[in-house]
Ligand binder design. Structure first.
Ligand SMILES: [Mn+2]
Length: 418
């Protein structure tokens, strides 16, 4: 079993060890106040001698190998590891050495949060929200370019927000509009981007599904940043698998529904313009509410019974009443297509449609969501980087909306639990 000592840690013999000759002539190591004397092999004896002076693990193993003239370093390493595990070696701290500096957070992730592996995010129970990027735009019917969305939004959100942790807890942010701190105690991690995929509806969709499923099942709140809107199909499939009876809340200019009841195989046919057809046919999805729909189509799309559509922007004024009428015991997933906003605000999207929501309208809707209903995960799609890379305006606007969504959700969770 590998020992959890990093190779450049400095080690030395612990205090109170002494060597003596055993009755049968073998070398014996006695540890004052410790367990029974250790009978040493020649390799272990060489290791005791080598660490009489403080050394790094690596240099100690080399010294042992020289002493025993071993064929390879394996015997020497095994001897050192044995002493470590028996407690004969300890980490060396020079007298008067300053204490090690507190570990600095890397702030390379969304909102300046630390990056982590999926395994780290899953094994640290304090982690609440997990960001991931899906740089994928093979499912578009119009302009491509949303593959650059995750990195653009990561940069904009990092510039606009300073995530901070102190004593293992997130500080959150002072919210002038609310007159209080928000997201205090909500630990964020960013597990990075899924590797780019050249297969349409291929490996990335499988990875999105599996990763999202592991996050949902462990109670983490995933926030996946696309990419085109088709990435929501594997995410919602995972959400519904772990939370059967799921409700979908979709903010979008387009209904993303195909023309017929049976759209066939999603592997060959799914795009960002029809993925809701497969979401609607999922028996674990109980309802789909669409907000902001205004795209003109050559023919009326097939209307699955579980889909309810609110067109244009007029719903925003009565959004809280609409939420009040949604089943209260149902878990909900939010899918946010940035083209639900007006193109005067968001022009960097593949298929902009006039007559969209204002920032204030959508911000109020997002704030209300968490207060009114239990939200288990979210995605953000269809944001394209600008032609001028340093133009952060649209990315910052989207970052603020995601922030308001999360602030509302985690404030609502606190109230429901308390
Ligand atoms: Mn869409």
């Amino acid at each position: 079993m590998p020992h959890p000592v990093v190779k450049d840690t400095v080690l030395c013999l612990r205090d109170g060890v002494s060597l003596s000759l055993g009755p049968d002539g073998t070398d014996v190591l006695e540890v004052r106040g410790g367990d029974a004397p250790l009978r040493l092999t020649p390799e272990q004896l060489a290791a005791v001698e080598a660490f009489a002076l403080p050394r790094t693990l690596e240099s100690g193993v080399r010294a042992v190998a020289r002493r025993i003239r071993a064929e390879g370093p394996a015997d020497a390493l095994a001897a050192v590891v044995h002493l470590l595990e028996s407690g004969v070696l300890r980490t060396f701290v020079a007298a008067g050495a300053p204490p090690p500096p507190p570990r600095k957070l890397n702030r390379a992730g969304f909102f300046g949060s630390p990056t982590a592996t999926l395994h780290e995010a899953l094994s640290d129970s304090s982690v609440a929200a997990v960001f991931a990027g899906a740089p994928y735009d093979l499912g578009v019917t119009g302009r491509s370019g949303t593959r650059g969305g995750p990195s653009y939004l990561r940069t904009c959100s990092r510039v606009a927000f300073d995530y901070e942790e102190r004593n293992g807890s997130a500080l959150g942010w002072w919210h002038p509009g609310r007159g209080s701190r928000v997201l205090a105690g909500t630990i964020f991690r960013d597990i990075g981007d899924f590797s780019a995929d050249t297969t349409r509806n291929g490996v990335m969709f499988d990875r999105l599904y599996e990763t999202a499923l592991s996050l949902f099942q462990s109670g983490r709140f995933p926030v996946v940043v696309g990419g085109d809107h088709s990435i929501s199909l594997p995410l919602i499939t995972a959400a519904a698998k772990s939370h059967p009876g799921l409700g979908i809340l979709q903010f979008d200019a387009h209904g993303d529904i195909g023309a017929s009841e049976d759209m066939g195989n999603w592997r060959t046919n799914c795009s960002h313009g029809n993925f809701i057809s497969w979401v609607a046919s999922n028996p674990d999805v109980a309802s789909i509410h669409q907000f902001g729909i205004r795209h003109l189509l050559p023919e009326r799309p097939f209307a699955p019974a579980k889909v309810k559509t609110f067109t244009g922007r007029t719903f925003a004024a009565s959004f809280e009443q609409i939420l009040d009428e949604l089943p209260a015991d149902r878990p909900y997933y939010v899918t946010f297509d940035v083209d639900c906003l007006d193109p005067s605000l968001i022009s960097q999207t593949g298929t902009p449609i006039p007559g969209g929501l204002s920032y204030e309208e959508l911000s109020r809707c997002f704030t209300a969501l968490g207060a009114k209903r239990r939200i288990i995960g979210a995605d953000v799609t269809e944001l394209t980087p600008p032609t001028i890379p340093t133009d952060y305006r649209e990315g910052t606007l989207v970052a603020y909306l995601v922030f308001e969504l999360l602030a509302g959700i985690f404030a609502g969770r606190g109230k429901r639990a308390g």
